[in-house]
Design a protein around this ligand. Structure first.
Ligand code: GLU
Length: 513
């Protein structure tokens, strides 16, 4: 039945704090699935548990999706659609009728137990070593509309006594459903409990609101984290009891995002401990004031984050690792999502960023380098063309845009220090002569290209009977001060004649064996 319907998926976070990257991955997979099938991607805010509401969390979720370029086409913050409102607290009036429908059909009941009653039940059952849950057995000893006389139930409701509405599960019945990633799942209701669906304050619980909204919003596929798998049998029963089984969405429960060592779910604490963000954007908890860093502010590019998250749980079945969003849409299938937890790999994350930094146009990198230049050498005047060339050659060496200055400062200022290890290893009595010959040979060049300078360099080394491998690294250190960097003669070409000679002069005056 669902095959014939327009694909509609939703991301349904609860605004309880910053959005974890595991949640971002759920949003991404929903986005990819929707786009692949020409369907809709909806953002629904599940805020039925008002005690866990955190101000700013909803805006944070919206900003995160915008930054990553995986925007819903319908939902909170993304334009009202035909199923508005999309925030559950704004939908409050619509849920009660369904809780009452379930009661009328014998699939739910009122329960009037106080916190003390529930606690006493738990103690009683614990004493007899029985799993303490409100279910087909224990409900008969509790205060509910199945055990109390009808007139007492009526009186209590009229009095406004607090109550909850619980689902009435069969004692022993198999609930079977298909998960697109995990295959057939069978759970016996004897393992489940009579979950609360609705409270007397008029608020549904997560379970009822989730099912009612997916039905109302015509959701065709529920793609969500593995932590919701235990709730799925209950949801399946709710679809059945509400008469919506023929339009029940397909389920796909995504594997967990694990710590780098695979020992458990990736948490904010792991990120703090190992030095990587677990949130897309910086976040300050409004209650505790605790700050957490985000991928954006840590210098990650959104394309890199999308690409790396796509691979935490999914793979294309080929060796290709770099995928644009468009390519991901084309390649993504639920069949290729794994069942087992995906380990977060910090080095891989950096690698992805490095790949995407290399793809950024030089003129887009230039402002960042210019800003660092203005800060470090306010009097400097370099042409845009020069700065862009520097960006072009240095971007191959960095993982983050903010590293540009550190890796390129010698293109703008003379080295203040020279790598001591290299000097110790490579300096010998021939070096002063080599440097002075190089200065002379370079000065004579009419065209200062990388091939011309390389030829001149080789000629000087041949004349002095020095092998390039014994001098090249020292040559680099004379020019830049540091042992590593971009291809050396390309660097020399960008330096130009004056700067190259200036740096070699300074080196020959400064470097002593
Ligand atoms: N509100 C749930 C969450 O915070 C959503 C579960 C679902 O997608 O059904 O993740």
């Amino acid at each position: 039945m669902t095959q014939d319907r327009r694909v509609r998926v939703r991301f349904a976070p609860s605004p309880t704090g910053a959005l974890h990257i595991g949640g971002v991955r759920t949003a991404l997979y929903n986005y990819l699935f929707a786009k692949k099938h020409g369907g809709d991607f909806v953002l629904r805010i599940e805020d039925t548990d008002q005690t866990r509401f955190v101000p700013g969390a909803e805006e944070y979720i919206i900003e995160s999706l915008k930054w990553l370029g995986i925007e819903p086409n319908e939902g909170v913050g993304f334009g009202e659609g035909p199923h508005a409102p999309y925030r559950q607290s704004d939908r409050k009036p619509m849920y009660r009728q369904f809780a009452e429908q379930l009661i009328a059909a014998g699939y739910a009941y009122y329960a009037f137990d106080t916190a003390e009653d529930l606690e006493a039940m738990r103690e009683r059952l614990k004493a007899s070593n029985v799993d303490a849950k409100y279910d087909g057995i224990t409900r008969s000893a509790m205060k509910n509309s199945l055990t109390l006389p009808e007139d007492e139930v009526k009186r209590k409701l009229e009095n406004g006594d607090p109550y909850v509405i619980r689902i009435k599960l069969p004692r022993k019945e198999e609930v079977k459903f298909h998960d697109e990633i995990r295959g057939w799942i069978i759970v016996n209701t004897s393992q489940m409990d009579d979950k609360v669906l609705f409270k007397s304050d008029g608020m549904p619980t997560y379970h009822l609101a989730n099912v009612v909204d997916d039905w109302d919003m015509k959701t065709t596929h529920v793609i969500r984290g593995e932590e919701w798998l235990p709730s799925a049998p209950l949801h399946v029963l709710l679809y059945r009891y509400l008469g919506w089984e023929d339009v029940m969405p397909k389920f796909a429960h995504l594997p967990l995002l694990l710590k780098p060592d695979g020992t458990g779910k990736l948490s904010k604490r792991d990120g703090d401990r190992l030095g990587f963000p677990v949130f897309p954007l910086d976040w300050e908890d409004p209650k505790t004031g605790e700050k957490s860093s985000g991928y954006k502010q840590a210098g990650y590019l959104p394309e890199a984050v999308v690409n790396l998250l796509a691979f935490l749980g999914w793979n294309p079945g080929t060796h290709q690792e770099l995928f644009s969003l468009e390519e991901l849409i084309a390649a993504f299938t639920l069949e290729r999502v794994g069942k087992h937890g995906a380990k977060f790999d910090q080095n891989k994350a950096k690698w992805y960023n490095q790949q995407y930094v290399r793809k950024v146009d030089n003129h887009l990198l230039a402002p960042s380098l210019k800003a660092a230049l203005a800060l470090n050498v306010p009097e400097a005047t370099f042409s845009d063309e020069y700065i862009e060339k520097v960006c072009g050659i240095v971007k191959e060496k960095i993982s983050f845009v903010k590293e540009l200055w550190d890796y390129s400062n010698y293109f703008f200022i003379e080295p203040a220090n020279y790598d001591e290890g290299v000097i110790k290893k490579r300096y010998n009595e021939k070096v002063p002569q080599l440097l002075s010959d190089l200065i002379e040979a370079f000065s004579a060049l009419a065209e200062f290209s990388h091939s011309n300078t390389e030829a001149a360099y080789n000629a000087v080394l041949a004349k002095n009977e020095v092998a390039s491998k014994d001098f090249l690294q020292l040559f680099r250190v004379c020019l830049s001060g540091v042992a590593g960097g971009p291809p050396i003669f390309e660097m020399v070409e960008i330096f130009g004649k004056d700067k190259t000679i200036q740096h070699l002069n300074k080196a020959s005056a400064s470097i002593k064996g």
